[in-house]
Design a protein around this ligand. Structure first.
Ligand code: 5AD
Ligand code: SF4
Length: 472
């Protein structure tokens, strides 16, 4: 081991992330903001001087987890004689900041998703006084502008935030209240970040937004064009050298325009995967949810997407037990799932969120009914997911290598359809001729051919298809 004590930064930060990929991205950006003021990342709260919980408010269960975690941290802080700074960030912070301070006085600071660039200032303030510890104003543009344009990449796959917030106001959802109004970043800013990532070896970028296909970012500064759509942005980013794979998440059926659908067919970097939440297969429920589309509208989009890209893997989100959901409504959801046939899907019991219109609707569904419906739906979704993974057995698929695999002599990577792939390197003579670790290190960030041998619910296993020497 080398001695790094001379250069070791004075402090360490541990960020625990809950919820969606937007929070994963925000946690990375908080690390970026804290690095210049001397905070290095820690692997656990035990090793940290500053612990940040980046929280999720989407369902009640997610919120309650935060309070129980804070209870643990309070004990840790007491054991250390107060020598631990505790921060709560994310959507719970935004929605109930004052309540957090009241319920857990050990918390030093609370900051909403638009305030991360102010972290250094807030930490300094918190250490000086117990005053101003709450920062939950909405200033999305300021956040986008204030965050560094370049960032440290962590492996060959990276998230890139292009849009935040949501104006759709689905009646069950807290996002429009916690993340604020829909707002897009400029194409120039996004391009600068994508270039910086590509220069650091990133090959796959996932464009992020609560409503990512509602993207309408300012066109490049000198172009004099109107705002760009997501389809235009994808085609533009695909031209950056090194960016070989582009994904986007999460989208809304109402914003699935024809150009974006066409890009799935004509842009090589666009990966054959689409996460398009539908929530329910019943028109009555979709109306009560204020989704702004019918089940048939959704089926039509799926038909078009499949026509553009026949091998596309489809993903979705579902809510069971929305107020007023009858057995027939639920059956319509099951039928939609059978018709579409998903590669993967996320399903949830409806959770009443205070302040949202659905929380006050008549016909709240009993918990046991929700449980039974969720089980039934998840059983069907699991069958579809396993079948989708099995359908790749025997195929040779391009895999972006991300690191070491589960077992020695194995690497890990990702298929175009977002499946985790564990694959054996031993079939390739270079794994024997060279130091195996060095061989694996060289492979990370490359897209290699893997023959799929087996599949489980959550991953594929296979073996590296040897390439001729000249190819490396
Ligand atoms: N109850 C249950 N599930 C919800 N989601 C959003 N709000 C709620 C809620 N109140 C689900 C939706 C959404 C996903 C991110 O979380 O399916 O697409
Ligand atoms: Fe929530 Fe609906 Fe907006 Fe998605 S589209 S974030 S479910 S309000």
């Amino acid at each position: 081991m080398t001695d790094t004590s001379a250069s070791r930064p004075a402090k360490r930060v541990f960020i625990k992330t809950y919820g969606c990929q937007m929070n994963v991205y925000d946690s990375e950006r908080m690390r970026d903001v804290l690095r210049p003021i001397g905070y290095a990342p820690a692997d656990s709260a035990d090793e940290a001087d500053l612990v940040i919980l980046n929280t999720c408010h989407i369902r009640e269960k997610a919120t309650e987890k935060v309070y129980s975690e804070l209870g643990q941290l309070k004990l840790m802080k007491q054991e250390r004689g107060g020598d631990l700074t505790i921060a709560v960030a994310g959507c719970v912070a935004q929605a109930e900041g004052a309540e957090i301070m009241r319920r857990q006085p050990a918390v030093d600071l609370v900051l909403g998703p638009q305030a991360y660039h102010k972290l250094p200032e807030m930490i300094a303030r918190a250490s000086r006084a117990k005053g101003d510890r709450l920062e939950t104003e909405f200033e999305t543009l300021e956040k986008f502008d204030a965050l560094p344009k370049t960032r440290e990449a962590d492996g060959p796959s990276a998230f890139l935030s292009v849009q935040e917030g949501c104006d759709k106001f689905c009646t069950f959802c807290v996002v429009p209240y916690t993340r604020g109004a829909e707002l897009s970043r400029s194409v120039d800013d996004i391009t600068a970040e994508a270039r910086s990532l590509a220069a650091q070896g990133v090959r796959e970028i996932t464009l992020l937004g609560q409503n990512v296909n509602a993207f309408h970012g300012a066109a490049p500064a000198l172009s004099n064009e109107a705002d760009w759509t997501l389809g235009q942005l994808v085609r533009h980013l695909a031209k950056i050298g090194g960016i070989e794979r582009i994904r986007y998440t999460t989208s809304h059926p109402r914003d699935m325009d024809d150009d974006l659908i066409a890009a799935h067919g004509d842009t090589a970097a666009m990966m054959p995967f689409l996460h398009l939440p539908v929530q329910s297969g019943s028109d009555r429920i979709l109306r009560a949810m204020n989704r702004g589309h019918t089940a048939e509208d959704y089926r039509e989009i799926i038909r078009k997407v499949r026509a553009a890209r026949p091998d596309i893997a489809l993903a979705s989100d579902f809510i069971v037990g929305f107020p007023g959901e009858t057995h027939a409504d639920f059956e319509a959801t099951m039928q939609l799932v059978r018709d579409v046939n998903y590669a993967i899907a996320y399903s949830f019991k409806y959770s009443a969120r205070p302040g949202t219109p659905a929380a006050d609707m008549a016909g709240q569904v009993p918990e046991q009914v929700k449980d039974a419906r969720l089980q039934q739906l998840q059983q069907l979704l699991r069958e579809q997911q396993a079948a989708f993974n099995r359908s790749k057995i025997g195929q040779t698929v391009p895999v972006l290598v991300t690191g070491r695999g589960r077992n020695p002599g194995q690497a890990h990577g990702r298929s175009p359809w977002l499946q985790a792939v564990h694959f054996d390197l031993s079939g390739d003579h270079r794994a024997h001729d060279r130091d195996p670790d060095a061989f694996l290190r060289d492979l990370v960030g490359q897209i290699v051919d893997v023959r799929v041998i087996d599949a489980s619910l959550n991953s594929l296993t296979g073996e590296l298809v040897p390439v001729r020497e000249a190819a490396l």
